[in-house]
Design a protein around this ligand. Structure first.
Ligand code: CP
Ligand code: NVA
Length: 304
């Protein structure tokens, strides 16, 4: 059976830890992976904007000696209505893996159903597994062993949160979310994640009050209030998320050694203050760099 990475749910706990360990080894010795994908092709098809994901995947493929092909939404016949299944079968005859960034998660699932090569979710409206791997790697680098650590997520129960929660659960961490009413995480994802967290000694707690969520937390995380594709909801969301900004006052209620994460791009003055994201507790540049190293590890896991 072809292995895919559509959500963190496609990984088990040993694989999650192995990916992070491999990413850290590849970061320490980048040349050790040279030539491992020589002659192989990775198709990246993105129908949403991207800086980190696009550049990290392309760079990871090149670092491994492979060839990345990047296509935008309207560049494949898919954009003119060619069925996803047909596209998957054709790409499977030519390429070695597909990284896809798009809106509907179901489209990525359909692509994976018809593909005979690995499909990797490079962000959908529902999940962002590559980001979660980089986040856990960054936490481990800065704070050491993951089990038992507490993450406080302030803001939208969105794609990035779903993947981070799933990864944190598998790593035996405690994850708290403070979201305003109407912007909770997907209840099905949360129910399944809570079971996994319990199995590994962690927990999932859903709250409304940011202060309650960050109290004593080791890691404070947020993301944009308005995700790609939600532009029409901007006014309503910015109103609903008033009081959910991660600022110095909120950070002060976390552990004194707490770190701040944000997948980026960030909106200073909305979900985070400039003081926090550009301050001493912020590890967002390491987090962004680690997108590259974790993607190298994912490619090695799926293709080498
Ligand atoms: N964090 C992240 O996925 O960034 P991009 O949208 O720039 O890829
Ligand atoms: N939640 C954001 C993440 C961007 C990397 C979005 O989906 O736009």
């Amino acid at each position: 059976m072809t292995r895919h990475l559509l959500t963190i749910g496609d990984l088990d706990a040993p694989t999650l830890h192995a990916l992070i360990a491999d990413a850290r080894a590849c970061k320490a010795d980048p040349s050790s992976v040279h030539g491992q994908l020589t002659g192989r092709t990775v198709l990246m098809h993105f129908t949403k904007a991207s800086t980190r994901t696009r550049v990290s995947v392309e760079t990871a493929v090149v670092r491994l000696g492979g060839h990345p092909i990047f296509t935008r939404g309207d560049e494949l016949q898919l954009g003119r209505g060619e069925p996803i299944g047909d596209t998957a079968q054709v790409l499977s005859r030519m390429c070695d893996a597909i990284f896809i960034r798009t809106f509907a998660h179901a489209d990525v699932e359909e692509l994976a159903r018809h593909a005979t090569i690995p499909v990797v979710n490079a962000l959908t409206d529902a999940h962002h597994p590559l980001q979660a791997l980089a986040d856990l790697m960054t936490i481990e680098e800065h704070l050491g062993a993951l089990p038992g650590k507490t993450i406080a997520w302030i803001g939208d129960g969105n794609n990035v949160f779903h993947s981070l929660a799933q990864a944190a659960a598998l790593a035996g961490m405690h994850i708290r979310i403070a979201a305003p009413e109407g912007y909770d995480a997907d209840p099905e994802v949360m129910a399944a994640t809570a079971l996994i967290a319990a199995e590994y000694g962690g927990s999932v707690t859903e709250l409304r009050d940011p202060a309650e969520a960050v109290a004593g937390a080791d890691i404070v995380v947020t993301d944009v209030f308005v995700s790609m594709g939600e532009e029409a909801q901007t006014k309503a969301k910015l109103e609903a998320f008033r009081g959910y900004q991660v600022d110095s006052r909120l950070m002060a209620q976390a552990s004194s050694s707490a770190i701040f994460l944000h997948c980026l791009p960030a909106h200073r003055g909305e979900e985070v203050s400039g003081e926090v994201i550009d301050g001493p507790q912020s590890v967002v540049w390491d987090e962004a760099e680690n997108r590259l190293h974790t993607t190298v590890a994912v490619l090695r896991h799926l293709l080498v």
